[in-house]
Design a protein around this ligand. Structure first.
Ligand code: RUQ
Ligand code: CUA
Length: 651
């Protein structure tokens, strides 16, 4: 296994390690000089892993390098992003359409990378919008959001967005149960009337397009987190629940009454078969499906009108409840698929269920009653073991692929390493402070790359120079190649990373897109040759078809625009070199800049309010003559009759 790990190192990473040895500092204690060397990526060298961290309340996804902790990019997903014009440009605004209208923000929690045979395949990464329930798919070639599907009948889309081992489905579960269909009813009639929907969204194996295959209508509990089975348990999906009390008020007390809540085990293969044979009920629903087309650089929205729902009681043998102590939060499945870990967030111990025992109990029909008709298995019958952790407030677990598990403890602020099967605690290291999720690259697949674990902490306090009351959250990276974990480094994150997903750099770096080919640009307003640059008026709409290349805009000066016009700048970047975007901004615009990648066309709308001669310019320092990359628009009074004219800057 050591060999596997080492051959995953890029040559550059290897050089860092060798440099460490050469220095003669080989000790493996707590923080020492070798810790510094282990995270040091020398200028010009590159990291071993990509880490994609959810942005939480930033709504986006950030890309980091490991082990350096350097941030490479913020990928806009659910939030408008003025840095690139995402959600501001005409081409990308449809990405943020929902059945509630344009929703330019969300709370993004759990990224998950697509898999084939249970191993990371590096095609896409999915992430959930928690607030206005949505699932996004991001390309790991362009690092752009390509698709967002809204999830109807959901609220607080939290047990999401986890994928099955061949990316058959990305799964989204509701945290809050709600009336389904939504209707006007008293809140205190929650019990027995609200429902929790678990959505299985199919992913097209070719282009990744998502489609809600079915929604399982479950009792009105809170569905907190989930994970797919793998290996033998492939075909099942597991969800933690809390508030099985169905309290509708003062939940911090009332939903902690039951000693045990449940992990819901869902045999999705069985339900898929039922649905494929015509089962399920089509229900009216309204939800947006937004797809970004790479050829036209443009997104479109389709409003969907119905969704297929499944009543679990109609598919006997498909859904069971596994009693799990103390309002479990994390729900994790080990790389073999045998163990299902439920972390009661109000307890000290971890509960591990056995998949084989679960199947035996189901086959033996040994039930301990039912909840809304769904059989409850006996706790003792499915229990594989308990980790007496000595910690408090366990949340999430990841795996190193060598038989070890790592669990975060929010209250006692630590990561605890323990052994699968013997349940013994091997090591514990403090986190600073109050850790939530943790991530090992590939740590929720069949093949983890168990070299580092990254802890994502909720409280930063004294770790960095203070920046007023608000501080960015802190992540910490630990070396996990030895028996004991070794804290290497702290680094700030952006927003609130809940989960993260990591992948070896070599799986993505070589296929990362460098330019969009101009000869493949299918944008209807593209200017493929500067000779096509022009300005056209249609009533009070003016369309400026513009091209850019270092270091000018064509056309550069435009006259004949009037107050009250709606001016569309359709700008095509003619560069065909890696990393040469041009920007565009015009004085007084009520939107953001555009950042146009090589070969791309993007559109900005400007509604001039004042008479005058107004400059526009390139916002990205692109060449020695970047400061010269500018132009003017002459804006005349609404009733003027100045003819449209433009200058092609000597072309
Ligand atoms: S959560 S800190 Cu949104 Cu995944 Cu557990
Ligand atoms: Cu183009 Cu600066």
């Amino acid at each position: 296994m050591k060999n596997v790990k080492y051959h995953l190192l890029s040559l550059l990473g290897m050089a860092v390690l060798l440099a460490g040895c050469g220095n003669g500092s080989g000790s493996n204690g707590a923080l020492n000089s070798s810790a510094a060397e282990k995270v040091y990526v020398a200028p010009g060298e590159q990291d071993e892993f990509y880490a994609f961290m959810s942005g939480g309340y930033s709504g986006n996804l950030t890309v980091y390098g490991l082990p350096s902790g350097r941030m490479f990019k913020e990928i806009p997903v659910f939030s408008q992003f003025p840095t690139s014009g995402y959600g501001y440009s005409e081409e990308t605004k449809p990405m943020l359409e929902t059945s509630f209208g344009f929703v330019p923000w969300d709370d993004a929690h759990h990224p998950d990378i697509s898999q084939t045979n249970g191993e990371l395949d590096g095609r896409w990464i999915f992430i959930n919008g928690n607030n206005t329930p949505r699932i996004a798919r991001i390309s790991l070639t362009t690092f752009e959001t390509e698709e967002i599907i809204e999830v109807p009948n959901s609220a607080g889309n939290h047990s999401s967005s986890f994928i099955t081992e061949n990316t058959e489905y990305v799964v989204a579960g509701t945290r809050f149960s709600v009336p389904i269909p939504q209707r006007d009813m008293p809140i205190n009639e929650y019990e027995g009337n609200f429902r929790g929907s678990l959505s299985f969204i199919s992913v097209d194996p070719e282009h990744g397009h998502m489609d809600i295959k079915f929604q399982l209508m479950m009792p009105g509990f809170n569905y907190d987190l989930s994970h797919p089975g793998r290996g033998d348990s492939h075909g099942w999906f597991f969800f933690t629940t809390y508030n099985t009390e169905e309290a509708s008020t003062l939940q911090e007390v009332n939903s902690s009454q039951n000693d045990k809540d449940f992990i819901a085990a869902v045999n999705w293969k069985k339900i898929e078969e039922y649905v494929n044979n015509g089962g399920g009920t089509l229900m009216p629903a309204e939800y947006a499906h937004n797809i970004y087309d790479e050829a036209t650089h443009t997104a479109t929205t389709t409003m969907k009108k119905e969704v297929l729902t499944v009543d679990p009681l109609q598919v006997p043998g498909a859904v069971f409840f596994l009693p799990t102590p103390k309002s479990p939060h994390g729900c994790d499945v080990d790389p073999t698929g045998q163990y299902i870990i439920g972390n009661g967030k109000l307890s000290a111990d971890l509960t591990i269920h056995s998949f084989d025992k679960m199947i035996a109990a189901i086959e033996g029909e040994k039930f301990d009653g039912e909840a809304y008709g769904i059989p409850i298995l006996k706790f003792e019958d499915v229990l594989a073991g308990t980790v007496k952790s000595g910690g408090l407030g366990p949340l999430h677990t990841e795996f190193d692929g060598e038989g070890n598990a790592y669990t975060t403890f929010f209250i006692s602020s630590e990561v605890v390493k323990w052994k699968l099967g013997t349940w013994e605690v091997i090591d514990r290291k403090p986190t600073f402070y109050s850790v939530g999720h943790l991530m090992i690259p590939g740590g929720n697949s069949r093949k983890p790359f168990g070299k580092y674990v990254v802890a994502m902490n909720k409280i930063t306090k004294d770790r960095y120079l203070p920046t007023g009351p608000e501080m960015e959250h802190s992540a910490q990276i630990y070396d996990i190649t030895g028996e004991k974990m070794e804290l290497l480094y702290d680094f700030p994150t952006h927003g609130e990373p809940h989960y993260a997903a990591g992948i070896p750099a070599e799986m993505l770096a070589s296929k990362s897109k460098k330019i969009y080919r101009l000869d493949e640009n299918k944008h209807p307003a593209a200017v493929l040759d500067p000779s096509q640059a022009r300005v056209e008026r249609d009533g009070n709409e003016v369309h400026i078809y513009m091209s850019t290349i270092r270091s000018h805009f064509t056309p550069d000066n435009i006259e004949g625009i009037k107050v009250g016009d709606k001016v569309y700048f359709h700008i095509t970047n003619h560069e065909q070199d890696f990393d040469v975007p041009h920007g565009f901004a015009i004085i007084g615009q009520n939107t953001s800049e555009l950042l146009i990648m090589p070969g791309q066309t993007k559109t900005s709308v400007w509604e001039p309010k004042k008479v005058g001669v107004w400059p526009f310019y390139c916002t990205d320092f692109c060449s020695a003559l970047h400061q010269e990359m500018q132009g003017y628009v002459r804006v005349s009074p609404a009733n003027s009759n100045i003819e449209l004219s433009w200058s092609l800057g000597g072309d």
